[in-house]
Ligand binder design. Structure first.
Ligand SMILES: *[C@@H]1O[C@H](CO)[C@@H](O)[C@H](O)[C@H]1NC(C)=O
Ligand SMILES: *[C@@H]1O[C@H](CO)[C@@H](O)[C@H](O)[C@H]1NC(C)=O
Length: 352
């Protein structure tokens, strides 16, 4: 089952190659235009850029109240929202078409689930994660000690920077010689979809559907934008998310301040008051993976009734435009529900 993780990586690497070669012939114009037009001036609902104006402060306070009232969650009011895009970067991922979904009111966690949260869960329930049961998990090579690396003799053929590390799990994110003591406020990683589902259930919550997640990511922006805050990756030259700067996979210059995960409270929130919807860690959703979507409007869509992989959204600290330009709200990827990795976490949602 876990072999699928490898297969998915290979497919992605292949697609990236395709994207790169498109970049060297002529498709690049489209991509560039999309990044340079705008933003900050786009019409928004409840959108605050770095919280300057008085109106924004008021709005942020409103979100604080909502957050405090509902177990660290923000309420997204019911409505009809557009998800997906008609200008997909990775067509094969099923990023399109753009379509309307009507959602009931729901709550979604303001932050990714942290190590501290997960420890509370593990203590209360005795839950053992799948990585703990399997006895290994996938880690990005650049984060491992020489000693840990020296013990590994397999790698993912097409993505050799992913290494299966023995005795690696959420408590030991880079293997036995690592721990989480100095990152209790970072997102929990090495948790499978099954682990994430169990955590949310314990909290009286559930995973968000892909549609809910994407609507939450878009942060109330009325027009289609790439990122939760707009179309510019670094508006006013400020980093808004934890992704890879430098040359992937050899040189992470960490201009955003982080080589690996960042605290769940880092970077300004989006218009709904949500942090790190893109970057930092990929987030599980409840939907099974499928790449064909109807463009017909749908009400509270939950995805197909069965499948082999679950949808994950948002990209991670390992994503770089050259390799994994998936830190966009419309972007998506997948893993089997028992997969875990050092860049994959989650947040929960709740119906009202
Ligand atoms: C989505 O709804 C808007 C507003 O009603 C409408 O203008 C638009 O055509 C719809 N898009 C699709 C793909 O149905
Ligand atoms: C990594 O990138 C940074 C900034 O882009 C550069 O200053 C540095 O020399 C690079 N390091 C290596 C080892 O290539």
């Amino acid at each position: 089952m876990r072999a699928v993780f490898v297969a998915v990586l290979i497919v992605h690497t292949f697609l990236i190659k395709a994207a790169e070669s498109e970049g060297t012939d002529c498709q690049c114009g489209k991509v560039l235009n999309r990044k340079t037009n705008d933003d900050q001036s786009g019409k928004t609902e409840g959108f605050c850029s770095a919280g300057e104006s008085e109106a924004c402060t008021v709005k942020e306070n409103k979100y604080e109240q909502r957050i405090n009232a509902h177990d660290g969650m923000a309420m997204i009011n019911s409505g009809t929202f557009a998800v997906g895009t008609n200008q997909p970067i990775f067509v094969a991922d099923g990023e399109g078409p753009r379509r309307n979904v009507t959602l009931d009111d729901f709550y979604i966690d303001v932050y990714e689930v942290s190590n501290r949260d997960f420890e509370e869960f593990a203590k209360a329930t005795g839950h053992r994660t799948e990585a703990e049961k399997f006895g290994d998990s996938f880690v990005f090579e650049g984060l491992l000690s020489e000693e840990t690396k020296s013990k590994i003799n397999e790698a993912v053929a097409q993505a050799p920077w992913w290494l299966p590390v023995k005795d690696c799990n959420w408590r030991h994110p880079e293997g036995p010689d690592s721990d989480i003591l100095d990152r209790m406020d970072h997102p929990v990683i090495h948790v499978s979809w099954n682990d994430a589902t169990a955590f949310c259930k314990w909290r009286g919550k559930r995973l968000p559907t892909e549609s809910e997640w994407e609507v939450a990511c878009r942060g109330g922006l009325v027009t289609e934008r790439l990122f939760p805050w707009g179309n510019r990756l670094t508006p006013k030259n400020q980093h808004r998310t934890n992704i890879w700067q430098g040359v992937f996979p050899s040189n992470n210059s960490a201009e955003d301040g982080f080589v690996g995960t960042a605290p769940i409270t880092e970077f300004p929130p989006n218009g709904y008051g949500l942090y790190n919807m893109v970057g930092n860690v990929w987030e599980w959703t409840s939907d099974w993976w499928v790449t064909e979507h109807s463009d017909k409007p749908a009400k509270n869509p939950v995805g197909p009734s069965s499948g082999t992989d679950k949808v994950k959204k948002g990209g991670s600290y390992l994503c770089h435009e050259s390799y994994c330009y998936r830190y966009r709200c419309a972007a998506r990827s997948q893993n089997t529900p028992d997969t875990s990795a050092g860049n994959l976490g989650f947040r929960c949602a709740m119906s009202i």
